[in-house]
Design a protein around this ligand. Structure first.
Ligand code: NDP
Length: 444
């Protein structure tokens, strides 16, 4: 059995019932076989064994009282995965599906993603099985305050800096920040994705979606193509999806469809993004309401069927494992040129195999959606300097970071004999910086 295979078996045995974590580790490990052959000292130093074991895992009770006076109890998590190149950095996810395995898969991915940005940030992730859907503002605030009442002792502007993710947007970050400040009596950039009136960065809200489109544009350029005149399908209608749609439209594409966890809308005249923003960002309604104002658009109940729509560019921006082999084959049959992951691990391994086997450009999330965390790191810099940069300044830095991540992944893939394989390129490029830092810092 190979060294990598042995580690994988150990990870599966030690972390039973965490299939998403196994999936994420397997994908990275398979990419690293060649690196380990070229650098035997990584094996001697146990770099891989240390990388797959989080530095710290915190699980805590989150009690709160709902609007009917009933006591509710949720479970909170923070996994501080790796701090070799900087303070832990990664979002908080509030969704009923959250468990330790999901947080570990996200935290593990975050190590390599953060390294790829070129900025000094380590990997972490957290969240809760709390479901924000249908809760009043008061309930959201009670929950966030209780969550922070435990989390605050583990985080700090130079220790661990959480941000948003599924179910955690500007409103939640505000309540979390308020409670942190109250408990610590320190005004510091302990969270990113903050509001603009209290230390947030311009362009942070837009960053993941914009960055995804910049990365995808770089992939398209390698084939002499661009977004102009292309048909795009975007899954999800949350933070990442909305701003991916906005940038794709700005670059001259037509977005045909988007979704939420109930279903998808298909508007062959092109999605009315202002309406989607109103429904999802302001009114917090379901996507099916779209057809009330656009009766020519169609609403379909199964969100995963969104991939049956013919398109040139597919941008999955909802959640993990939402695009499977069958959907990948449908996209292939429909002539898709490129798939860029806005979400984390939205394409199953079988779907990725279909893309690679058929010359479809594929941008893995840890590279393609790294613009969000990169801009969070820019928010941290502004907070430390007590400065606010303009939207144009932040966006131009974001764009350059995405261009650099693309170039780095492409060059490394070619160097290792797998041209156009951005999965292997991103995994190796992200890994090397972390491995060298771990090597320099001794066995810790
Ligand atoms: P939001 O909560 O803003 O939006 C999530 C969207 O995905 C919603 O439309 C939601 O629908 C849908 N969705 C969530 N869970 C499921 C599910 N199980 N099945 C189908 N659809 C689902 O989250 P974000 O836009 O912030 O995050 C989306 C993805 O992008 C996640 O994978 C996240 O980890 C990743 N990401 C986010 C970053 C960020 O900066 N926000 C940075 C990098 C990656 P519904 O409203 O019905 O739940």
């Amino acid at each position: 059995m190979s060294y990598v295979q042995e580690i994988l078996e150990q990870v599966i045995k030690r972390n039973a019932n965490e299939p998403e974590f196994h999936q994420a580790v397997k994908e990275v490990m398979e990419s690293l076989e060649l690196v380990l052959e070229r650098n035997p000292e990584y094996q001697e130093l146990g770099i891989i064994e240390r990388l797959v074991e989080p530095e710290r895992q915190i699980i805590f009770r989150v009690p709160w009282v709902d609007d009917n006076g009933k006591v509710q109890v949720n479970r909170g998590f923070r996994v501080q995965f790796n701090s070799a190149i900087g303070p832990y950095k990664g979002g908080l996810r509030f969704h009923p599906s959250v468990n330790l395995g999901i947080i570990k898969f996200l935290g593990f991915e975050q190590i390599f993603k953060n390294s790829l940005t070129g900025l000094p940030i380590g990997g972490g992730k957290g969240g809760s099985d709390f479901d924000p859907k249908g809760k009043s503002d008061n309930e959201i605030m009670s929950f966030c305050q209780s969550f922070m009442t435990e989390l605050y002792r583990h985080i700090g502007a130079s220790t661990d800096v959480p941000a948003g993710d599924i179910g955690v947007g500007g409103r939640e970050i505000g309540y979390l920040f308020g409670q942190y400040k109250r408990l610590r009596n320190i005004y510091e950039g302990v969270l990113t994705g903050k509001g603009l009136t209290y230390g947030g960065s311009l362009a942070r809200k837009e960053a993941t979606g914009f960055g995804l489109v910049y990365f995808t544009e770089e992939m398209l350029k390698t084939r002499g193509e661009s977004f102009a005149g292309k048909n795009v399908v975007v899954s999800g209608s949350g933070n990442v999806a909305i701003y991916a749609m906005q940038k794709a439209i700005e670059l001259g594409a037509k977005v045909l469809a988007c979704s939420d966890s109930n279903g998808y809308i298909y508007d062959k005249e092109g999605i009315d993004l202002d309406l989607v923003k109103k429904l999802k960002e302001i009114e917090r309604k379901r996507i099916k309401e779209y057809v009330n104002e656009h009766p020519n658009a169609e609403y379909h109940d199964n969100c995963n069927d969104i991939w049956s729509i013919k398109c040139d560019i597919g941008l999955p921006c909802a959640t993990q494992n939402e695009l499977d082999e069958k959907s990948a084959k449908t996209l292939l049959a429909n002539g898709v040129i490129v798939v860029g992951e806005g979400a984390n691990m939205p394409c199953t391994p079988e779907a990725v195999t279909v893309f690679h086997a058929n010359n479809i450009l594929f941008g893995p999330g840890k590279a393609a959606n790294a613009g969000g965390v990169a801009t969070s790191a820019l928010e941290m810099s502004q907070n430390k300097m007590n400065l606010s940069w303009s939207f144009e300044e932040v966006e131009s830095q974001l764009k350059q970071i995405m261009i650099d991540i693309h170039a780095n992944a492409a060059i490394v893939a070619e160097e290792y004999g797998v041209k156009d394989n951005y999965v292997i390129g991103a995994n190796i490029a992200g890994f090397l910086k972390v491995a060298e830092a771990m090597k320099a810092q001794g066995i810790v």
